[in-house]
Design a protein around this ligand. Sequence first.
Ligand code: BDR
Ligand code: CA
Length: 313
Amino acid sequence: MKKERFILDTDPGIDDALTILYALASPEVKMEAITIVNGNCPMEQGTINALSVLELMKTTHIPVAKGMARPLLLPVINAEVTHGKTGLGYAELPAPMIKPDPRHAVELIRDLVLQDPGELNIVAIGPLTNIAMTVRLYPEIVGAVKHIYIMGGAINHCGNMTPQAEFNIYCDPHAAHVVFHSGIPFTLVPLDVTYQVLLTGSDLLKIEECNTPISDFIVKSSRYVMEYLSESQEVMGCALNDPLALAAMFQPDLLTMQHLVIDVDPNEGVSMGKTFADFYNYDKKKENGFAALDVQARLFVERFLERMTYISQ
Ligand code: BDR
Ligand code: CA
């Protein structure tokens, strides 16, 4: 089986950490590196989290590079209320022994992509600052990245940060604008689908039965976001936003995609960070990306659960 190879660009983050686990549990993919960006937590804390999760999984050979500690233009935003003080909810992991790669995230992305043109995907599950910076500094990556799978945006769905904007895109709408218009083929996995894939309380009980450090981590981290979403948005479960973006790369049968003209409003105002698709192609532009607009939700959660249980034994 030919594996889908990819770089994970992330702001770990509870569902980001679950994505690392999902990748390591999936023989169909090979995660070549992890690059960190400011988002759910400050970039330094996100780096610690990624390293600790890799240590938990005993997969310390995967390089982790620090990236952008703030958005291109806007001030820093973090999501302590959703992901907790350290970014990993109620979970507590030992401080990591392994160190980050000496390269900056943008250099690591450039090196890996240009080493194997056309072979490497990027799965971007945080604000798009690192990817936009790489595009600007090293435009030669544009024709060399195979595809970018982006968790972000809300097309026909309300926002989770403002009434119109989703968190990752809202944090750095200018970066999203650069990436959407870069010419790199991309798939957007927005809240329209990610808010349908909910890990429920009874799912967590199944994982809890494994009673290992890995199951303990999954349960304690997910429970935090579950409580937050039920209290603040009446969403009854832990939304698997980021793992679904990874699934879009190797389990596309789960999603209904549409090839569209996709854009974002980067301007300050009530719709800053709003993503939208020109369904009628009013502007007669060429489609620039795919948007996932429907999902076989429970099927995905079952697949996810199966793999989480497997790695927890
Ligand atoms: C996105 O924002 C973050 O809180 C999550 O990790 C996910 O990437 C959902 O809006
Ligand atoms: Ca994320």
